[in-house]
Design a protein around this ligand. Structure first.
Ligand code: BTN
Length: 239
């Protein structure tokens, strides 16, 4: 890995993509920032990333064969990887994974994960995946409109380098075989949504049902009382 650490940055994900565009070297990179001024999440939403109280990082994972290209499953894998790393750092805290890309503590979001494809502009094909991870460690001063949803992990000080190390090492261990989805069992064990009644916005439509689990593709499984529903892409809007 080429490791780049910044005090302040617009967004570690956009910087990762920019570097890849400029250099076209398909290098593994790890970009870490103490603060982001334009952190973003899914559907272009702002990701609140204040100074020092969080950890904002992006991993650039180049791939040389199209078969490793499954951003949905990689996001799910990353959620498990990050949750396990956090569980080690904070044994006293209960972490839950919420489909597809969030980690919760006490019913509030404390981690967001965003995977993005990097296109090689000349070859016009994807050349890498950027895995962005934003963690609210001690972030308390959350803007009013986010207060119901966004939380923080703990006041306990931790060694951030150790956390990054755990995440990157867990990631490296899981990545070679992530397409076989062996981590799904762990995901299921930590699932925030299992058994809950949810509403999912899939862009085409809104579906409702009780969550029964996720499958080996990382798709969310629901039952609406009459039939099973498989949701491959979408956003849980109500729990
Ligand atoms: C989401 O909640 O939809 C995902 C949020 C992802 C945030 C992380 S923070 C590090 C990286 N840089 C960004 O701009 N976003 C991701």
């Amino acid at each position: 890995y080429e490791v780049i650490v910044k005090k302040e940055i617009t967004s570690t994900n956009s910087y990762a993509k920019q570097l890849n565009d400029e250099k076209r070297d398909n290098k593994r990179r790890l970009i870490i920032a103490e603060k982001q001024t334009q952190g973003y999440g899914r559907r272009g939403r702002h990701f609140y990333s204040p100074d020092k109280t969080g950890l904002y990082m992006s991993m650039v994972v180049p791939f040389h064969d199209g078969k490793h290209l499954n951003p949905g499953l990689l996001t799910t894998m990353t959620a498990v990887v990050v949750a396990k790393a956090l569980q080690k750092m904070y044994p006293e805290v209960d972490f839950a994974v919420k489909w597809i890309n969030d980690i919760y503590v006490n019913n509030k979001k404390v981690v967001g994960i965003l995977t993005e494809l990097v296109m090689d502009a000349e070859l016009m094909q994807p050349s890498a995946i950027v895995v962005g991870i934003g963690i609210n460690l001690t972030t308390k001063a959350v803007p009013e409109e986010l207060r119901d949803k966004v939380g923080y992990i703990s006041d306990k000080p931790i060694d951030k380098n150790k956390l990054v190390d755990l995440i990157v090492n867990n990631f490296e261990d899981e990545f070679p075989n992530y397409l076989s989805a062996d981590f799904i069992d762990d995901y299921q064990k930590m699932s925030f949504l299992d058994g809950k009644q949810v509403q999912v916005d899939t862009l085409q439509q809104t579906v409702s049902g009780t969550v029964t689990g996720i499958d080996k593709q990382g798709h969310l499984l629901l039952n609406d009382g009459k039939k099973d529903i498989v949701v491959s892409n979408g956003e849980v809007v109500k729990v």
